[in-house]
Ligand binder design. Structure first.
Ligand SMILES: Cc1cc2nc3c(=O)[nH]c(=O)nc-3n(C[C@H](O)[C@H](O)[C@H](O)COP(=O)(O)O)c2cc1C
Length: 310
């Protein structure tokens, strides 16, 4: 099995990815959160910073683009190829309403003629391997049948399917039956994504889809950062604990980010996802949420780590 780390905008930036890779081996590819060229076809400097090669040394990272404009894609891809990236991922999954309204992310799935033309054009880019991260459709999972015909018509490195539709956002459960039909139709390698939160979920997935050999994990890994290391190297493998992960990531955020509130926001997010199952109802989470200075954070963090390690 190949394991991929899903992109989560605002969470899995280069600091998170690099520290995770240092401590928890076993991830084949880390997908960077999307960069989206604006109306002038230019990406934000913060987005570019995340994918600069000097910030990703040693980590196998795949940049992701979100656009429905051939020229903007081409311009952004040109920069990425110049940086040395050969695989680029196209985001056809983002469910955010303003983007969807403009036909981007999972909104592009409902404009099939346009999507077909777009893919035919961008797959002509020399030296680039394209992969796609998609949902099953915008409104209805059966949309994937028509979409598969389009995806099968262009050369792709692989197709990552988050087995929901746009209208689900992150609610409801992945549609495994339709996902399996998409696998059967595909001429491209398929990677599964969606709701693998625990080692048991992973084993259930393998039993259900024994012929799928790539999985992408997002929230499950944020909650249990050592999950893939244990799956890849055995459940008895010794791995660094949450304290080591926390301390390293906090140290690097303090070096890389200016502004106390920005550092604190990152740490709050870190705890929000890490805590999710374990202590989201625990008073220590409230302590983190309410911190308004590094001093206050430093004063309570021992307590929070202890609560998570219980
Ligand atoms: C806060 C947040 C940010 C996300 N950002 C991105 C993104 O930038 N690009 C993308 O393709 N998917 C993004 N996703 C979707 C995830 O990559 C993934 O498909 C989704 O969380 C389902 O996988 P999981 O159940 O393993 O978390 C995001 C999801 C969340 C919750």
């Amino acid at each position: 099995m190949e394991f991929y780390f899903a992109p989560l905008v605002g969470v899995t930036g280069y600091v998170y990815r690099n520290v995770h890779r240092e401590l928890y081996p076993g991830i084949e590819k880390y997908f960077a959160p999307f960069i989206s060229p604006n109306e002038q076809g230019v990406c934000k400097s913060k987005e570019m910073r995340d994918i600069l090669p000097k910030n990703n040394e040693g980590t196998k990272m795949i940049p992701q683009i979100l656009t429905n404009n051939v020229e903007y894609f081409r311009e952004t891809a040109k920069q990425l190829l110049h940086f040395g990236y050969e695989e680029i991922n196209l985001n056809l999954g983002c469910p955010s309403a303003p983007l969807v309204k403009r036909g981007r992310g999972s909104g592009f799935l409902a404009r099939r003629e346009e999507l077909k033309y777009f893919l035919e054009e961008i797959t002509k880019i020399q030296g680039m391997r394209l992969s796609i991260k998609t949902r099953l459709g915008k409104d209805n999972p059966e949309e994937i049948y028509e979409l598969m015909k389009i995806f099968n018509g262009v050369p792709l490195e692989e197709l990552i399917i988050h087995a929901r539709v746009q209208q689900d956002f992150y609610k409801n459960t992945p549609n495994m039956e339709v996902f399996k039909e998409a696998v059967a139709m595909s001429r491209h390698p398929i990677c599964y994504n969606g709701d693998i939160f625990t080692i048991e979920d992973y084993h259930a997935f393998v039993r259900d889809c024994p012929n799928v050999t790539k999985v992408m994990l997002g929230r499950g890994l944020l909650n249990t950062p050592d999950m893939v290391t244990k799956l890849a190297y055995g459940e008895e493998t010794e791995v660094p604990g949450i304290r080591a992960f926390h301390d390293r990531i906090y140290e690097v955020y303090k070096q890389e980010i200016t502004g106390e509130s920005h550092i604190l926001n990152r740490m709050k997010q870190f705890w929000f996802y890490l805590n999710h199952n374990a202590i989201v109802n625990n008073p220590s989470w409230n302590l983190v949420k309410e911190c308004d200075s590094i001093e206050a954070y430093d004063a309570i963090v021992e307590q929070v780590i202890a609560a998570r390690e219980e």
